[in-house]
Design a protein around this ligand. Sequence first.
Ligand code: ADP
Length: 419
Amino acid sequence: MALLIGCIADDLTGATDVAVTFSREGLSVIQVNGVPDATLKVPEADAIVVALKSRTIAAPGAVAQSLAALDWLRRRDARHIYFKICSTFDSTPAGNIGPVGDALCEAIGARLNVVTPAYPRNARTVYQGHLFVGEALLSDTGMRTHPLTPMTDSNLVHVLASQTRHRVGLLPSAVVAQGQDAVAAKLAALGDEGCRHVIADAIDDAQLQTLGAAVTPRMLATGGAGLAAGMAATLRAKTETSRAAAIDWPRGPGVILAGSCSTATLGQLAKVKDTLPQRQLDPIELAKDPGTTQATIDWARQQLGDKPVLIYASAAPEQVAAAQAALGRDRAAQVVEDALREIASALAAAGVNRFVVAGGETSGAVVEALGVRALAIGPEIAPGVPWTRAADGKPYALALKSGNFGGPDFFTRAFEVAP
Ligand code: ADP
């Protein structure tokens, strides 16, 4: 069976988002966490998604990881390579969407990289190169104050241009609306003008289908789960899909670990404020008193039972700003991630086998702590957020949520729909 598409995702929840999208579109999917080493055995699949943790690390590291993943996927004869980025284009002027895109183009010999984070199903649309979340421009949303990748400019042509020395063009919605041939002609023209990257508008699913069909003949494309879905519709015709093996789901105690400070997560936490046993982690406290993490673990062990136990560092922008002022941005994030890592492994040792994690970076840290390398995709809790089952012998079910994903009742719903 041919590997129709090899996907390099710049964070873990983004990887899961694209994996579930391929799965929903009828492709068989395996998700691998971290750059796979040569010895890792994975079942054959139409799509393999490699989840990196490269969104916010220094650009050279992100490039190196992405090229290593590319190499592994190409050894499996991947017909296409998809660079999966966040649907809110999370990045900084230093990268990493530009540097990784440049490196992939060079390694593959691709002339043009079509880029769009549009995902209308999750209310992300791109029009005239500007990214909207619902009715608001990206820069007018909570992303403006994101702890790691504050997005203050909604014009993605500008944002990407600041990350690459190559030219960035625009494929406007008016052209996409004319269909695949018009798109192909415009892309050829932009390539002739010297563009290396092209931000593609897409305001609805029909436009993503058109883009998907237009980019599938190319070796490389970049985007959110939306463009991946558009491509999957074209790739599906080539699949020899096997049945996914029946998944054996664990039923033991559950825990919710939240490190996301996104607006959606804060709302979801408010909803379970009075119903779950819970503790908040304060980065300043964590930095001051190393015993805080152990005390939290001891407390949580006493609480394990029918109800999931909630441990969160998530905080409102003022509190985040105070922690960052006291510790610096990176150290504030680091103490939180370290604490959640330690808590996850201690609670796993105490018998917890169902983990709901809120936050992309946070999920990366927790999965790393649990040592999970490969995941099988299960039922969706919210669009783009499925339950997953460790596919490498570990006894865990995991729901990994990008901060902004899920409705207000996400945490309750997660355990209601748990298989
Ligand atoms: P999202 O998916 O919402 O972007 P992430 O987990 O990717 O969530 O990013 C949130 C970052 O904020 C993490 O690095 C986390 O450690 C950090 N963080 C969490 N709580 C706090 C806090 N109270 N103060 C400062 N940083 C925090």
